[in-house]
Ligand binder design. Structure first.
Ligand SMILES: *Cc1c(COP(=O)(O)O)cnc(C)c1O
Length: 428
């Protein structure tokens, strides 16, 4: 590493030994990073072509107030999303408050009392337990008489084909497939695997709706779940597709009927997609989407860098240092609470905003154990920005994601490592 840079890192609290260790790892990753850049290049063109095809104009960046009738920008943005995901329609709104809301909306609007929801990939993301009613909650699907069935993945991570076939019955109306691992230590599904699962489900029951929780997966590959048969993809704009610029929002892209159902539920029967003022927010949605392929690439590089660093130091990392990637999340199992907290302090100290504060574990709505979160973000809670979180419960794993730029992501990981050196968890 050149002297100038080494001095800069020292000013940021990173000892030369830590910086050199990181540099050696980074130099081994050049080929892999080149592949990530290729995917980003492809996706950049996919996004650009969708913007151009829909003739997005300067007027689209402004938006409406009040009812928001005839909001040209909103309509074009939704058409752009539909083109990118190769779907009939899309709903992309600042009124969708977060990823959980987008998923709840897709589920509640496409399921009716007496029908059943099936997860063939094990337990869904923590916050969905209350949406579904796995943990009793006001307003859950269970309260509306919608039942839930679950088939776990096999111990080797594969699909339990027999179990899934047996679980599909006359009530099964919607199947939810979570692409990313979330707070679990299973592997993330590739788009190809999701395609195999969807084909199988449709072969058992052709009219079942296959929905994919696409959180953290967008633009990691050149294809998306809707390219391999999924009826609906759902995600958050303060993750990948917002490119770090969208300050709020969620999306649902899919079959016309699925999206329509969601729109009538989001606003009102009779109104659907026709209302919903975009206020002044659309510029960030368009520009964030435009940046998303390269921002996602930066986050991926950061995650791979972290995996290689911590695997080399003897910690268990998921995905491991060499396996292929299908989302931007990196899990690192430390086995003790103080290491999770130390890692998060390092990430926080690298932040552009609030770098001086110390993150501590707290009880968050929707989660069943105290969670520590490190995030010094421009957009509060945004996890496409450099961020880490970990529930304070065994196996004491930290889930790390984001990095709007690769140099910043790299710094964050070096700060986390230095923090662990400082508290004696890592001993050279
Ligand atoms: C983040 C996430 C959610 C929920 O999104 P929020 O915006 O935090 O509500 C759901 N599923 C998965 C897999 C996620 O990563």
């Amino acid at each position: 590493m050149n002297k100038e840079l080494l001095e800069m890192y020292e000013k940021l609290g990173i000892e030369p030994k830590t910086a050199e260790f990181g540099e050696n790892i980074a130099s081994e990753l050049k080929e892999r990073f080149a592949k990530i850049d290729e995917v980003a290049e492809y996706n950049q063109m996919k996004v650009l072509m969708a913007l151009q095809k829909n003739q997005v104009s300067e007027a689209c960046l402004h938006g409406t107030t009040g009812y928001g009738y005839n909001d040209l920008g909103r309509e074009k943005l939704e058409a752009v999303y539909a083109d990118i995901f190769h779907t009939e329609d899309a709903l992309v709104r600042p009124q969708i408050t977060c990823g959980t809301h987008a998923l709840a909306l897709a589920l509640m609007s496409n399921l009716r009392p007496g029908q059943e929801l099936l997860s063939p990939v094990g337990k869904p993301y923590d916050t969905l337990e209350e949406v579904i009613g796995i943990r009793p909650s006001k307003g859950s699907l269970a309260e509306y008489g919608i039942s839930y069935a679950q088939v776990d993945l096999l111990p080797d991570g594969g699909f339990d084909w027999d179990g899934i076939r047996a679980a599909i019955n006359e009530k099964t109306h919607l199947v939810t497939i979570q692409r990313s691992k979330g707070y679990q230590t299973r592997h993330t599904l590739s788009v190809t695997e999701i395609g195999e699962l969807v084909s199988f489900i449709k072969s058992v029951k052709p009219d079942v709706i296959c929905m994919v929780d696409n959180c953290y997966g967008e633009f990691v590959e050149t294809i998306e779940p809707t390219d391999v048969g999924a009826d609906m993809v759902v995600g958050s704009l303060i993750k990948n597709p917002g490119g770090g610029l969208a300050p709020i929002g969620g999306y649902i892209a899919g079959k016309k009927e699925c999206v329509e159902n969601a729109a009538y539920r989001l606003t009102s029967p009779g109104l659907g997609k026709e209302v919903g003022a975009s206020l002044g927010i659309l510029g960030t949605f368009f520009q964030g989407l435009f940046l998303s392929p390269t921002v996602t690439a930066s986050a991926l590089k950061t995650a791979i860098f972290a995996a290689n660093i911590y695997e080399k130091l003897g910690f268990s990392v998921l995905p491991n240092s060499t396996e292929s990637r299908h989302d931007i999340i990196q899990a690192i199992t430390f086995g003790k609470a103080e290491a999770v907290e130390g890692f998060c302090r390092g990430i926080q100290a690298a932040a552009p905003v609030d770098s001086y504060v110390t993150p501590i574990p707290w009880d968050m709505p929707g989660y069943d154990a105290p969670v520590i979160m490190a995030a010094g973000n421009f957009v509060s809670g945004s996890s496409i920005e450099l961020s880490a979180d970990g529930p304070i419960k065994p196996p004491y794993a930290v889930y790390f994601q984001g990095g709007l730029t690769w140099p910043h992501g790299k710094l964050g990981i070096l700060k986390s490592l230095q923090s662990l050196v400082d508290i004696g968890v890592v001993v050279w």
